[in-house]
Design a protein around this ligand. Structure first.
Ligand code: ADP
Length: 396
């Protein structure tokens, strides 16, 4: 079956058409500037990337252009819409309502809408994408795959904050966690690669991209994760602060005369390694180059990032009373041997030792620990689209 995987943002839409038998990507691309002007980037398997400016007042036009591109007589990869068996939609927040992926119905859409205020930037856009696909592909089954679902197995002690209970009761303020599709995919693959039983392993997944989170997976279930009610908590990220003393907010608000919107903008867009490096970059390639050339702030940004990752790994080893495997994934986790080496340096007490030649590789599935290391450390490229396609096929 061919599955169209859709990841819809407020002004953009990423797509991949995946054949579920071969698990090959038949075509992929991106619609950008939806509601502004509109641009489609389309690339069929083995073919050239084509960029075209096309008017996209709404997501419906964007999806129509995606369908046109996929079924185009020359550059398309299917003859007609009937060759697309299902659509898998990434949905960011499923709240406490969704502990797994679901086939989309009117009732499911209403429940996703109920979670809108937990992810006001993402869920409404995800719903717009679902509605546009339903309009243009009536009768094609659709599945929602949630970033939060994998973490619904966390115990109370991990998801409750030290806040008045009434906020949980009234507003469901708690830890939800994100990147669930990636943490699930990578932890499963890690067990496969190590040839060990997924349901009897303690694994820590470090998803280190522009957005970054860590997850403790015990016996195949997420038992703790670093992102919280929102994706702002936890690690120091590209432009997000991660954990800080909450009282800093009042202090800075007074000094800089910032309101809540100003504070949130600072925490989400101006902080993280971008802020720490004094505005140099949120990209680790630039930071590593800067640090190599003696840029002090780039060095600080890198060391703060790695130290925070190591502290989370240590705390999750404690939470699970041990760890068998650590997996690095996403842009930084897959590509930066420097970050992996720095993080693992802190973890010698766990009996971890790293093979520096293996760690020098980038972007490939590989075990980077030595054979005598007490914990198996690996790099596993994540593939959220493939995970969404698999979930979709399993449900339809
Ligand atoms: P997201 O999906 O959260 O946008 P990605 O997982 O694509 O993020 O990761 C993007 C980040 O990966 C970049 O900002 C950059 O910091 C890092 N990255 C990509 N390639 C490399 C590389 N070769 N070396 C170091 N870091 C890299």
């Amino acid at each position: 079956m061919n599955v169209l995987v859709i990841n819809c943002g407020s002004s953009s839409l990423k797509f991949q058409l995946i054949n579920s038998e071969s698990e090959k990507v038949l075509a992929k691309g991106l619609c950008e500037r939806i509601g502004i002007d509109g641009r489609l980037t389309y690339q069929p398997e083995g073919g050239d990337k084509a960029v075209s400016d096309l008017a996209m007042p709404t997501h419906t036009e964007a999806i129509q252009f995606v369908i046109d591109a996929l079924t185009d007589a020359e550059t398309g990869v299917v003859k007609s819409l009937s060759e697309i068996g299902a659509v898998g939609h990434r949905v960011v927040h499923g709240g406490e309502k969704f502990a797994s992926s679901v086939v989309i119905t009117d009732e499911v859409k209403a429940t996703i809408e109920e979670c809108n205020d937990l992810a006001p930037l993402h869920n409404p856009a995800n719903l717009i994408g679902i509605n546009a696909c339903e309009k243009l592909m009536p009768g094609t089954p659709m599945v929602a795959v949630f970033d939060t679902a994998f973490h619904q197995t966390m115990p109370e002690k991990a998801y409750m904050y030290g806040l008045p209970y009434e906020y949980y009761d009234k507003y469901k303020v708690r830890r939800y966690g994100f990147h669930g599709t990636s943490h699930s995919f990578v932890s499963k693959r890690a067990a496969e690669l190590a040839g060990r039983p997924y349901d009897a392993m303690k694994t820590i997944v470090c998803h280190l991209g522009n957005g970054a989170s860590i997850c403790a997976v015990e016996n195949g279930k997420s038992v703790d994760t670093s992102m919280g009610l929102t994706p702002l908590e936890g690690l120091v990220m590209g432009t997000r602060s991660g954990d800080i003393d909450p009282a800093i907010l009042e202090f800075i608000a007074k000094k800089e005369n910032l309101d809540i919107a100003g504070l949130m903008n600072m925490l989400n867009k101006k902080s993280g390694v971008q802020g720490l490096s004094d505005g140099l970059s949120s990209d680790f390639r630039d930071l590593e180059e800067g640090a190599d050339n003696g840029n002090k702030c780039a060095e600080i940004a890198l060391s703060v990032f790695c130290y925070r990752v190591a502290k989370y790994v240590g705390s999750y080893a404690a939470a699970m009373n041990g760890v068998d495997m650590i997996a690095f994934t996403a842009g930084i986790g897959e590509n930066s041997g420097t970050v992996r080496a720095k993080v693992c340096e802190y973890l010698g007490y766990l009996g971890i030792s790293i093979n520096s030649e293996a760690n020098g590789k980038r972007g490939e599935e590989i075990v980077i620990s030595t054979p005598d290391s007490k914990v198996t450390v690996m790099v596993i490229p994540t593939n959220e689209e493939l995970a969404i396609a698999r979930e979709t096929v399993a449900l339809v």
